[in-house]
Design a protein around this ligand. Structure first.
Ligand code: ZN
Length: 315
């Protein structure tokens, strides 16, 4: 499907009151015309003022449709502050909704996605389905998580698959980052829909088909929390990973607390069966990390995870 076929013209508005910030609301026929349904992700695009560039972002289609007389009306959850920079025409922010969330032809390399402030999906699948390592929010969304995932997967060569996404921030005319990767590209792990992520779709099955899955994330708490499936058959796994990370940080920075779930913020336990990590692995681990842990100790943490999981998959 080409991007022009899978698109409709839209007039964007933001609903500041709606708590579902990553959702969008649109006309059902318009969505059907691009073969997108509630719970799937779509790409939105609009022109930015004073540039000749377009800004892209991903939203999840809300289960509620708009029955507005104007079929072009699309309401976005309030997270893109840059909608303020939309180049208005006829007093409206006119753009497009597209079925395909990634631009055609970008591939898996950081360039040109980085220079275009775009979003990419990357998959390395090996036949052995022992382990898959994930970083759904790599690039500038949750920095260093993709580096950690790649580190772990690389250590296991033919014994580990890797799936990650990277989203990049846009830049100001002077080259400074707008720090907008998270508000444009972050989709909560329980909402990631394989219908919108073609590489993910190629490896996912109705029930988890990897023995182990490990997802790296970043959060705004000042600690690390090891969560995931609360019913992992490998019941020691969570504590073993926590212990390995604690040991790795013992000398480097013992001030960073390392928890196992329940996490200090219970929304990040990674325990939902809808969480992508739990849909892929029978034994599923989600690691939430504060910024300093990712920035300064990403290699130590990744190696700790390698140590904890290594004995389990090298049988
Ligand atoms: Zn995340």
């Amino acid at each position: 499907m080409s991007t022009t076929q899978g698109a409709f013209d839209a007039k964007f508005e933001v609903d500041p009151a709606n708590p579902h910030k990553e959702q969008c609301w649109a006309n059902s026929q318009q969505l059907s015309s691009i073969n997108r349904h509630p719970g799937e992700q779509v790409r939105i695009e609009f022109p930015r003022a004073n540039t000749n560039t377009k800004l892209g972002a991903i939203f999840t289609v809300s289960p509620q449709f708009l029955s507005d007389p104007d079929p072009k009306r699309v309401i976005l959850g309030k997270r893109i502050e840059n909608l303020n920079n939309c180049q208005l025409s006829e007093n409206a922010c006119n753009g497009q909704v597209k079925a395909q969330i990634m631009l055609d032809g970008l591939g898996e390399d950081d360039e040109p996605a980085k220079s275009m402030s775009e979003f990419i999906e990357k998959l390395h699948e090996v036949q052995n389905h022992k382990l898959i390592v994930l970083a759904p929010h790599g690039g500038n969304i949750e920095p260093w998580t993709d580096v950690e995932a790649e580190y772990v997967a690389n250590r296991f060569g033919d014994s580990a698959s890797l799936w990650l996404c990277k989203g990049f921030s846009s830049r100001k005319p002077n080259g400074d980052s707008n720090e907008d990767a998270s508000e444009r590209w972050h989709i909560t792990s329980t909402q990631i829909n394989p219908e919108s992520f073609p590489k993910l779709k190629s490896i996912i099955a109705p029930t988890p088909n990897f023995e182990y899955s490990i997802a790296f994330h970043g959060w705004t708490e000042d600690s690390i929390c090891v969560g995931g499936n609360p019913h992992n058959p490998d019941a020691d796994l969570k504590c073993d990973i926590r212990g390995a990370i604690m040991k790795a940080l013992e000398e480097a920075n013992p001030d960073i607390k390392v928890h196992v779930s329940p996490c200090p913020d219970g929304n990040f336990n990674g325990d939902s069966s809808d969480n992508i990590v739990n849909r892929l692995g029978t034994n599923a681990i989600q690691i939430e990390q504060c910024k300093i842990a990712r920035t300064k100790y990403h290699d130590k943490i990744a190696q700790a995870v390698v140590n904890a999981i290594g004995t389990r998959i090298n049988v």
